[in-house]
Design a protein. Structure first.
Length: 244
């Protein structure tokens, strides 16, 4: 199984276009050198394009109990049933086991129509949980509101499940900004603040200047995105001062 990894909007045409990476993998498959072709991406629209493309056999996306928006959309789109589907980031870069049992995290992902969960393993206990998994090991899947209620004991989370429906006219990846904000409270503060500090001030400025605000209409959760963007910017400013 050979994947084109990290396909994003900037590389999309290089992968799907004529003579691109997917054509190259398809040629190798026809020659019998590989068995299956795959597309791996963090973007729903790209995975959906892969679902519609007969050249792609397997798709790989990300999702977990918190960032379940893309998995929800995949579950509601029949085209994905025609492909193999792998899901990574089950533990959210190793952060979620500090808040939820590993069985709950694995069970939540496997409750979706996926072929396999790719689990990053950090401890012996996590290895045993993953390797001894049985189909009915965990029945109770926490709802998104239940997940937020757990996180609320530690910080004030943004209720974004990364469905990726919000599109900023200035190109800000709103869902990615919110993800990094969440991660800064969940155990990856240095990494997340560093990432956010590379563009949050400009993103927040553009958000303040935006009069159309189409993101508000696109967000099914009704998140006040401009206000949350400003909150993220304040958080980054504060943390940057404290660490400078």
């Amino acid at each position: 199984m050979y994947f084109v990894h990290q396909v994003d909007p900037n590389s999309e045409e290089e992968v799907f276009g004529k003579g691109g990476a997917l054509d190259a993998l398809t040629e190798l498959k026809c020659q019998g050198k590989i068995r299956f072709t795959g597309i791996a991406s963090h973007y729903y629209d790209i995975l959906f394009r892969g679902a519609r493309d007969s050249r792609a056999d397997v798709l790989q996306g990300s999702g977990n109990v918190l960032e379940r928006g893309m998995l929800d959309r995949i579950r509601n789109e029949p085209l994905f049933r025609q492909k193999g589907l792998l899901v990574n980031k089950v533990y959210a870069a190793g952060l979620l086991p500090a808040f939820f049992p590993e069985k709950a995290l694995i069970g939540a992902v496997l409750s979706y129509p996926v072929s396999c969960a790719l689990i990053g393993i950090g401890t012996t206990a996590q290895t045993e949980t993953a390797m001894r998994w049985e189909e009915h090991s965990y029945k109770s899947v926490p709802t998104f509101d239940q997940v937020l209620s757990v996180l609320e004991k530690h910080y004030s989370p943004i209720p974004c499940n990364r469905c990726q429906r919000c599109v900023c006219p200035f190109g800000t990846e709103i869902h990615t900004v919110f993800r990094q904000y969440q991660y800064s409270f969940m155990g990856k503060e240095y990494w997340a603040i560093r990432k956010l500090n590379m563009g949050i001030e400009n993103s927040a400025r553009l958000c303040r200047a935006c009069t159309a605000m189409p993101c508000l209409k696109m967000c099914p959760a009704g998140i006040r995105i401009p206000e949350e963007m400003e909150r993220v910017a304040r958080h980054v400013r504060q943390r940057s001062r404290n660490t400078s």
